[in-house]
Design a protein around this ligand. Structure first.
Ligand SMILES: Cc1ncc(COP(=O)(O)O)c(C=O)c1O
Length: 399
């Protein structure tokens, strides 16, 4: 019998943090001393009104079968009202697609907007799933090297320079603000300038705003406030503390509404019904008060982690103006961040994420920025755990 040959496009890069998470879980069962600072998720449950709504939805005995592919009307309206409140921009709920986490929004938007071999620009360091899912769809993800000189942001100058060098415009540009892993925040005027350039050049701007709500002094802004031609991605996973509920959304430019609806219906049928119904409550005042309490804790954790990084000999880290990650240069300790993270877990029980997940091959431009010399510390957990993890890391680094 001929053996099965997996497809070339299915051969995506591993997400190394998953291996660490597996090793961390195994050590937790064996030793029980693990501090997990590698997961990109809050350690808290969904806000109380969301949990109450989910319990009531189940108790009602309603069938909770498939919903419309684009999501239940109440949630699409709630998302639109949320943008009305936060941007002052009236948004037609028809343009909101509710998806199975924002991850499903990315797949549907990539498929609806790009053809095989299309080029899409993104930042390096950046969130690896953009690159890997575009690659699996046959598109070309091109990473712009964004270092400390530009606060780890994709600037209009860099995008223009790429375009001039290549003598063509890309099909798309993905911007995350606040960004994972760097926490960098693109300010309103810069976002507006990039959005204007994209509109003029016919480039689809995809603005990943899933960390909105988690900033530390920086002012976040939505691409929706400046452009009706951009795709804006949101999620209940981060600020709303609902990662496993798997609900996110995309705000779509008019021409993508119908194609995305058709794709979602075929790819996912719909996002989880009970999670959708309950998520409506996440926008209410009671939920927001609870969630803002988490953000206040992240701010305390951030200050602790950043102020103690020098105990590891670290002198350089990314802006950390939003999201809940410290992304720091450990080039004085290793040039193999994956090995270092595995060794740290072995020696201390602290699980952190290697930079190779976010900035592979950065060495082509500047070896000191290569992900093999950086690590990411997620401070979304308890303050005491952040303190203890930093103590163990400092002790390990001084060995
Ligand atoms: C920048 C960024 N975008 C998108 C996602 C996907 O999140 P979800 O599918 O849970 O909405 C993540 C998850 O960590 C992320 O960090």
């Amino acid at each position: 019998m001929p053996s099965l040959t997996p497809s070339a496009r299915g051969r995506v890069e591993p997400f190394h943090v998953m291996e660490l998470l597996k090793a961390a879980n195994e050590r937790q069962r064996r030793v029980g001393d693990v501090l997990t600072m590698c997961a990109g998720q809050p350690s808290t449950p969904a806000p109380a009104p969301v949990r109450r709504a989910a319990v009531a939805a189940i108790a009602s005995g309603a069938p909770h079968g498939y919903t419309d592919a684009m999501g239940v009307a109440a949630l699409r309206e709630a998302v639109a009202a949320h943008y009305g409140r936060t941007t002052g921009h009236a948004l037609d709920p028809r343009r909101v697609a509710v998806t199975t986490g924002s991850s499903a929004a990315f797949t549907a938007v990539f498929l609806a907007a790009f053809d095989p071999a299309d080029t899409v620009l993104m930042t390096r360091p950046g969130y690896p799933a953009y690159r890997n899912s575009l690659g699996a769809l046959g598109c070309r993800a091109v990473e712009l090297d964004c270092g400390p000189d530009v606060s780890f942001r994709a600037t209009l100058d860099a995008v223009r320079a790429w375009t001039a060098d290549q003598r063509r415009v890309p099909a798309g540009l993905i911007l995350a603000s606040p960004a994972n892993p760097t926490g960098t925040v693109v300010d309103a005027s810069e976002l507006a300038a990039l959005a204007r350039w994209c509109e003029q050049e016919g480039v689809l701007l995809i603005s990943d705003e899933i960390y909105h709500g988690i900033t530390f002094g920086a002012v976040e802004s939505s691409a929706l406030a400046t452009s009706d031609a951009a795709v804006v991605i949101g999620s209940f996973s981060k600020y709303y503390s609902m990662t496993g509920w798997r609900v996110g959304w995309a705000v779509l430019p008019e021409p993508l509404v119908r194609p995305v609806e058709l794709l979602l219906g075929n790819l996912n049928i719909c996002a989880p019904a009970i999670a959708q119904v309950a998520a409506v409550e996440a926008f209410g005042a009671e939920a927001r008060a609870e969630l803002d309490g988490h953000v206040a804790r992240y701010a305390v954790n951030r200050d602790i982690v950043l102020s103690r990084l020098p105990e590891l000999g670290v002198t350089r880290w990314a802006p950390c103006d939003g999201a809940f990650y410290a992304y720091a240069d450990i080039g004085h300790l290793t040039d193999d961040s994956l090995r270092w993270c595995v060794d740290v877990l072995d020696a201390t029980g602290v699980a952190v994420t290697p930079g190779v997940d976010f900035a592979p091959h950065h060495a082509e431009a500047d070896a000191s920025l290569d992900g093999s010399r950086w690590f990411r510390f997620s401070f979304a957990g308890a303050t005491a755990d952040c303190e203890e993890a930093m103590t163990r890391l400092a002790e390990y680094a001084s060995r």
